[in-house]
Design a protein around this ligand. Structure first.
Ligand code: IMP
Ligand code: MG
Length: 179
């Protein structure tokens, strides 16, 4: 339920995000110089990160999206990953960069990497805006990580809590009143 006692505290400001997204894009542009890349956004959390990132990349780029559900409506992971929307087109032989909002337990990413690897991309890399390595249950890591953050629940810049707060310009820590 929404209540008056939820608190938002800015963790990463809009300007810092913009600067870092640009840096990540420059790195990707260098790494794939002269080649074409295919970005796959994981809906819905990564949509804002992907939108900003793609416009800073100076390569021939195409995009596609997948949707998965790993969390329920709140903060707890269901532990199970379900594929809700698959890709529109084949990724065989492509330089694929999977774009995630946040790497947390790693369950979602390891599932997605398994599914995508089976489809024989030429290269498969991972870009994530945020990384919470202290929560890992599966050993996975991002190739391009925006910010490593402590074990806090964050919202904004695409990340949600029960579908709320995705539109915040900054990444904020959300604290809830005790139940
Ligand atoms: P993982 O499978 O535990 O790595 O979780 C990945 C997904 O959980 C992310 O793509 C987010 O949608 C969600 N998630 C994990 N941590 C947070 C958080 O701090 N805020 C909002 N969503 C989160
Ligand atoms: Mg989410």
């Amino acid at each position: 339920m929404s209540g008056g006692q939820e608190k938002l505290k800015i963790l990463i400001r809009r300007a810092a995000i913009q600067k870092r997204v640009h840096e990540v894009a420059v790195q990707i542009t260098k790494d794939f110089k002269g080649q074409r890349i295919h970005l796959i956004g994981v809906l819905k959390g990564a949509c804002i990160f992907l939108s900003d990132l793609v416009r800073e990349i100076s390569l021939e780029t195409s995009i596609d999206f997948m949707a998965v559900s790993s969390y329920g409506k709140g903060k707890q992971s269901s532990g199970q990953v379900r594929l809700l929307k698959d890709l529109d087109s084949s990724i065989q032989g492509l330089n694929v960069i999977l774009v995630e909002d946040i790497l947390d337990t790693g369950l979602t990413l390891s599932y997605l990497l398994r599914v995508l690897q089976q489809r024989k991309p030429k290269v498969l890399r991972v870009a994530a805006l945020l990384d919470k390595p202290s929560r890992r249950l599966k050993e996975v890591q991002g190739d391009y990580v925006g910010f490593t953050i402590p074990n806090e629940f964050v919202v904004g810049y695409g990340l949600d809590y029960g579908e709320r707060f995705r539109n915040l310009k900054d990444v904020c820590v959300l604290s809830l009143p005790p139940e």
